[in-house]
Design a protein around this ligand. Structure first.
Ligand SMILES: Nc1ncnc2c1ncn2[C@@H]1O[C@H](COP(=O)(O)OP(=O)(O)OP(=O)(O)O)[C@@H](O)[C@H]1O
Length: 244
């Protein structure tokens, strides 16, 4: 059973206290949205979880293994993977080659044939197999997002953090991306989605976490969180005004 336990994380950048004792747990293959206004600390939290940033204090355990002092490649090996706000595909490599890179880098391959089989099954899962020999730079924004997801899936993570998975995705393709996210979740992976696109977050998430200036101010079912006055004040109200 997947168990991520984040306890009392603090992160300061100089005088800026960006995470102020953040705690939450993920139990099993949950589909979670992480929201909060600009500068709330969402990316910093993700960077701490994936090992890119070391917290000043607090702990993160994944399936009873402490991961908060590990390097990103060690965290990936331990079972937590993330995508980035700006898609990081290797643009001059083919789709198939893109998939091989993280698996090769982490030594997660049996041999060339096994790697190819695994890559093809991930591409089929994402229905990108017909594009396997295309250069990544030839893919649409949405397809590049799927390719990035595919690279993560090559490592069989237990927990997947998707940072702005809908950025650059054509509105008509949103439902398709939703379907893939649900499919990955149904395949038994816990997913945390960070997004400013509230419609998407509400459409997908079973649980919402709300971060506001380093404090986790809400954690619960989306319908409850939506009505929480603190959330409305901190986030939704501000966002609606900004969007207007
Ligand atoms: N490496 C860093 N050095 C100094 N300050 C940083 C660093 N990284 C982030 N910050 C600051 O920490 C605060 C939180 O930033 P963060 O990017 O985590 O927020 P966010 O919720 O992801 O925001 P957004 O929704 O705009 O992406 C901001 O004030 C930011 O300027």
């Amino acid at each position: 059973m997947i168990h991520l336990k984040v306890s009392n994380l603090h992160k300061r950048f100089g005088g800026l206290h960006v995470l102020k004792g953040v705690s939450f747990e993920v139990n099993g293959p949950e589909l979670i949205g992480l929201i909060g206004p600009n500068g709330a600390g969402k990316t910093t939290l993700t960077n701490v979880l994936d090992g890119a940033v070391t917290p000043n204090s607090g702990t993160v355990y994944l399936n009873d293994q402490r991961i908060d002092q590990l390097q990103p490649f060690e965290v990936a090996r331990a079972g937590l993977g993330r995508t980035f706000q700006v898609t990081r595909a290797f643009r001059r490599m083919t789709v198939l080659e893109n998939l091989a890179v993280p698996a090769l880098a982490l030594g997660r391959t049996g041999g060339a044939a096994e790697l190819r089989d695994k890559s093809m099954s991930v591409l089929e899962f994402l229905t990108l197999d017909h594009l396997r020999n295309e250069y990544a730079q030839a893919l649409s924004g949405g397809q590049q997002k799927l390719l990035e997801l595919g690279r993560l899936l090559m490592l069989d993570p237990d927990v997947v953090i998707l940072d702005e998975p809908f950025a650059g995705v054509h509105p008509k393709l949103m439902e398709i991306i939703y379907a893939y996210i649900r499919r990955v979740n149904e395949a038994g992976k816990a997913i945390i989605i960070i997004s400013h696109q509230m419609d998407a977050v509400f459409a997908l998430s079973e649980r919402l976490l709300v971060l506001n200036f380093g404090d986790m101010i809400a954690d619960g079912p989306p319908d409850e969180v939506k009505r929480d006055p603190a959330v409305i004040e901190a986030y939704l109200g501000v966002d609606e005004e900004e969007d207007a």
